[in-house]
Design a protein around this ligand. Structure first.
Ligand SMILES: Cc1cc2nc3c(=O)[nH]c(=O)nc-3n(C[C@H](O)[C@H](O)[C@H](O)COP(=O)(O)OP(=O)(O)OC[C@H]3O[C@@H](n4cnc5c(N)ncnc54)[C@H](O)[C@@H]3O)c2cc1C
Length: 295
């Protein structure tokens, strides 16, 4: 009987360097890295991917950590599971939006196996972590045998399931800067079933001035409404330097819905998704504002 996935040679490197050496030995088309396997195995079962060589990095404990440094901010190793982020007291206290986002990524089973690095490296425009990381102004660290480089989270995903990662690189760390004072962040995804992939998602960060009256900075990130997670920069400009009111948030929502480029699919029409962006930016923005006032 034919197996569901095609045959492959399986490697379990013990160190990051060993994994990088293996990656550099094989051509892109014949070799894949596997972390939690929650996305990759599906593609292999569907035979959309038939790698000859599979490099299993899940056991590389050097890439499984959550560290907080007062100056440098939060650092999350790429192999940290969704569940570990959801349950981390450090994240719940200082970056609660990340923990809240993780609560609705699929089921506990998937969250126990799937890693944040695997999620981001998968490059799914509907993935939940990316818009939150973009709103938080996070950077992603990539490592190859020739060294390290970092990219802003907003520049990482280039197209549907296509990222800036080179074939010889591993995504190794997610770096989230310390939040400025008077800052609130909120994320919401809209899906048909709780825990399902987003039809549209929105992350908003608002920083208020020292009197907590005017908006000194705003970042608005959208998921599932373009070829990649995106920033709605024109909508951000509507809020920056202004005293934020409900009307202004509604205007930012309208502008964001025009910046998005959703497509009609089995779940919703383009018009419906634009409307979702409009409503979600207003609601999520209002909650981010309330958090900024309390911060
Ligand atoms: C039923 C189901 C529902 C889901 N629902 C959601 C959802 O609602 N929201 C959501 O965001 N996600 C969802 N997911 C995806 C899930 O979050 C996965 O955890 C995630 O997409 C992949 O993580 P992983 O560690 O399993 O990666 P894998 O499946 O092992 O790998 C995914 C891709 O990333 C590459 N890769 C993995 N790690 C690295 C690395 N460190 N460096 C370089 N490349 C790497 C692999 O080569 C592969 O191309 C769902 C998955 C399932 C099965």
């Amino acid at each position: 009987m034919k197996s569901v996935v095609s045959d492959f040679e399986y490697f379990v490197p013990k160190t990051v360097e060993e994994a990088l050496k293996l990656l550099s030995q094989y051509e892109e088309e014949e070799c894949k890295v596997i972390a939690g396997g929650q996305s990759l195995i599906i593609l292999m079962k569907q035979r959309l991917l038939t790698p000859k060589y599979l490099i299993d990095i899940k056991g590389l404990s050097d890439l499984d950590y959550i560290k907080l440094d007062e100056k440098e901010g939060l650092k999350i190793g790429a192999l940290t599971t969704h569940r570990a982020i959801e349950k981390s007291p450090v994240i719940q206290k200082g970056f609660s939006v990340l923990s809240e986002m993780e609560q609705n990524v699929s089921s506990v089973e998937t969250r126990n196996w799937g890693t944040i690095g695997g999620n981001v490296a998968h490059g799914d425009p509907s993935g939940d972590p990316a818009p939150v990381l973009i709103a938080l102004n996070a950077k992603l660290k990539m490592t190859s045998l020739s060294g390290e480089r970092t990219l802003d989270a907003e520049d990482f995903t280039l197209d549907y399931f296509e990222t800036a990662l080179r074939h010889d690189e591993l995504l190794t760390e997610i770096q989230v800067p310390t939040l400025p004072p008077n800052t609130g962040v909120k994320f919401t995804k809209f899906s048909q079933i709780v825990g399902d992939y987003a039809i549209a998602s929105v992350g908003v960060l608002i920083t208020l001035d020292k009197n907590k009256e005017t908006c000194s900075d705003a970042r608005i990130a959208l998921g599932a409404v373009d070829i990649a997670p995106m920033r709605a920069k024109k909508a951000e400009d509507v809020l920056k330097g202004e005293k934020i009111s409900n009307d202004l948030l509604a205007e930012a929502g309208q502008v964001a819905s025009e910046e998005a480029s959703p497509t009609t699919d089995v779940e919703a029409s383009e018009e419906y998704k634009r409307d979702l962006v409009k409503v979600l930016v207003r609601r999520v923005g209002s909650e981010a504002l309330a958090r900024a006032k309390k911060a």
